[in-house]
Design a protein around this ligand. Structure first.
Ligand code: PLP
Length: 420
């Protein structure tokens, strides 16, 4: 089935009520048939509902539908995109290990990897996403994950997936793509050979800025890469916290299962059923919306490219953009709604951001409502001068998240703001 059909039907089997819309199972816990049923569920001899921190029928539809769109084996929902990224790391790395992360990532990912997990003893090594060959020198026997974004936020780079995957596979290291900006509609990292994707569902998934959430998706047959791989010994040895379970022996998608059974159990950032229901509503229109976001963003990028005050426009849909050929190769049906452009300096950028009326000054992306952000003074404020340069965020950079308003109105709004 194609995306537009999966987005509307995947993962939902109606119960005896026959409800067309997926119900919201707003519950904390589930009654067991008897003590043996409970014991079987806990022992994974039978799969079923135990407690909403671990699973929920509404969240289950969201996870299955999202995984189907990604072309993955399974997904596990989380309470935020940051929780999804943290769990993807925590599922493989422990004190003494390292992960390798693109320099060009969302500011929260930079602070998580550069500061917070450092305090847990996990080292982060950074590579330039535009130069994957840097990875070779960074990987050693303690490297557990290579993490990068499919369209980087806010520098709007598109990585060379094939080059990164080839190096990751040669060393037997898991690759993980934050596919938030591209969404599974415009980019299919798992089909490109990546092992995992993570998402902030807070963005295009809800599509209207309605809720905070995230998801991790794993590819089919991931066990082949993890089984007997010394890097991932904890997937191959008995888990003492789960009465000796060996994840790589199970006939189930093992990465998301461990994230659920160990990390959601112990760390607890589970999505609320109501939020999962919102993501399901959003997914139904995701393919349509991504096409519209993309075509409007391209028209705005073309307008900006011809504006005398604009030094540079970053949008991979523009033939002049350095990522155009990679985008043509790895993205499909559009280049998403995110673009950035550079004006003279910090003060000019602030003045423009203050002057737009339809573009609202907000730190978010992927909303139906258009958004203007000045990263250097907001999302990336905590980054040092060097980190700002590494993340591709000059002081005069403005980021736009192009919404679903009329494209002509949006261009007129920017035109006015430049004259202000
Ligand atoms: N990944 C990307 C690319 C993002 O842009 C964001 C948030 O802006 C996140 C992850 C974090 O997601 P959340 O805000 O849902 O925690």
């Amino acid at each position: 089935m194609r995306d537009q059909t999966l987005a509307i039907h995947a993962g939902y089997k109606k119960d005896e009520q026959g409800t067309m819309a997926v119900p919201i199972y707003q519950t904390t816990a589930y009654e067991f048939r008897d003590a043996d049923h409970a014991a079987n569920l806990f022992a994974l001899k039978e799969l079923g509902n135990i407690y909403t921190r671990l699973m929920n029928p509404t969240t289950d539809v969201f996870e299955k539908r999202f995984a189907a769109l990604e072309g993955g084996a399974a997904g596990v929902g989380t309470a935020s995109g940051m929780a999804a990224i943290f769990y993807a790391i925590a599922n493989v790395a422990e004190a003494g290990d390292n992960i390798i992360v693109a320099k060009q990532v969302y500011g929260g990912t930079t602070t998580l990897t550069g500061h917070t997990i450092k305090r847990f003893g996990i080292e982060t090594r950074y590579f330039d996403v535009n130069n994957p060959s840097e990875l070779e020198a960074l990987i050693d026997e303690k490297s557990k994950l290579i993490l990068f974004e499919s369209i980087t936020n806010p520098s709007i780079d598109v990585p060379d997936f094939e080059a990164i995957v080839a190096i990751a596979d040669r060393h037997g290291v898991l690759s993980c793509v934050d596919n938030t900006v591209a969404t599974p509609i415009l980019c299919k990292p798992l089909a490109l050979g990546c092992d995992l994707t993570v998402h902030s569902a807070s963005k295009y998934t809800t599509g209207q800025g309605l809720a905070i959430g995230g998801i991790i998706v794993e590819r089919e047959n991931l066990v082949e890469k993890i089984k007997d791989n010394a890097r991932y010994a904890h997937f191959n040895e008995p888990d003492q916290s789960y009465h000796g379970l060996v994840y790589s022996d199970l006939p189930l998608p093992l990465f998301t299962l461990r994230a659920r059974l160990a990390l959601l159990r112990d760390l607890g950032a589970a999505p609320s059923p109501f939020n999962s229901w919102l993501y399901i509503q959003g997914l139904e229109t995701l393919p349509l919306r991504m096409r519209q976001h993309s075509s409007s963003a391209l028209a705005i990028a073309e307008f900006l490219e011809n504006h005398p005050r604009v030094k540079k426009v970053n949008y991979p849909g523009l033939p002049s953009d350095k990522n155009y050929h990679l985008a043509q190769k790895y993205l499909r049906d559009g280049n998403s709604g995110l673009l950035s452009f550079e004006v003279e300096d910090l003060e000019s950028a602030k003045r423009i951001a203050n002057a737009t009326e339809i573009f609202k000054l907000v730190v978010n992306i992927g909303d139906s409502k258009s958004i203007i952000t000045h990263p250097a003074s907001t999302t990336h404020q905590q980054l040092s001068a060097q980190e700002l340069i590494d993340a591709g965020v000059p002081a005069g950079l403005i980021r736009l998240s192009v919404g679903l308003e009329d494209t002509g109105d949006l261009i007129a709004d920017l035109k006015r703001a430049f004259e202000y």
